[in-house]
Design a protein around this ligand. Sequence first.
Ligand code: ATR
Length: 290
Amino acid sequence: MENTFHQNTQILGLIGHPIKQSYSPFIQNVSFTLLDMDYIYLPFDVPQSNLRNALKGMLALGIKGFNVTIPHKESLVSFLSTVSEEAGIVGSVNTVVNDMGRLIGYNTDVHGVYETLAPYKDEIAGNEVSVIGAGGAARAVIYSLIRHFKPSSINIINRTEQRAESLKNYFSTKMKFGNFRTFELFPPDLISLLQSSKVIINATSVGMFPDIEDSVINLPSAFTKGQIVFDMVYNPPKTTLLKIAEAEGAIILNGINMLVHQAAKAFELWTNKQMPIDEIRNSLIQYIAE
Ligand code: ATR
């Protein structure tokens, strides 16, 4: 057997707690293999109590960078030298670069959202968008919508309406966007609101494996022909929500594209190289299906 790691092998990783099944090691390590790069990406299980020590250790070991997942995406910010504009406004970091001993935080989910919706930029501009959810994923979506897509208005629909209201207030102030409405999920009178939305985005985890029969909207009449429906859930690639929307003639966008693009942006920040996106997307779909 050949040893493929050497004294110059660069180490990247993922920190979180608990480290649940993540596709990031697959995406990054397959990219390194395809591009014949001397890197390795490893998961590190780091509880909150060890976060500061883990970051010190990473600096001491010269680890090039890492992704960040639950529960550190927000608390990590205070340990970093600086954060990018989008990470600062979204209030969470999912990618850190070790820039010669300075830890710099980014939020590449924003880029993943941008790349997923970019082919529909003209359709989104001047139209109404409905975002379901009010957590971290919704914050990345709302930032990306306001920064890049110029929607006429954004509806934030959430199980806990008060969280939707907080997001509205936060983004109204931070990004000077005034056209928000908030709603509780899911009184029947939201049907007409959803029908009139050019884009509907699920930024909750409802429908994710193993609860694949669940859907945050299960009324087919909420969807219309030509509407754009984006589900950030990536496993399964075609969620129940997307199946219902597709049957009504909507254009459906799954979370795989978003997942690969946010990983590709992190890859670029660490290595200055482009991830082979199409090959990785295809390999990932196969890997998830196994
Ligand atoms: P993330 O960072 O992935 O967005 P989060 O901050 O925990 O995670 O937010 C999860 C979002 O999914 C929230 O909007 C949550 O609704 P609440 O604010 O009411 O908690 C939503 N969510 C999770 N499970 C849900 C369910 N079964 N039905 C409806 N919404 C759900």
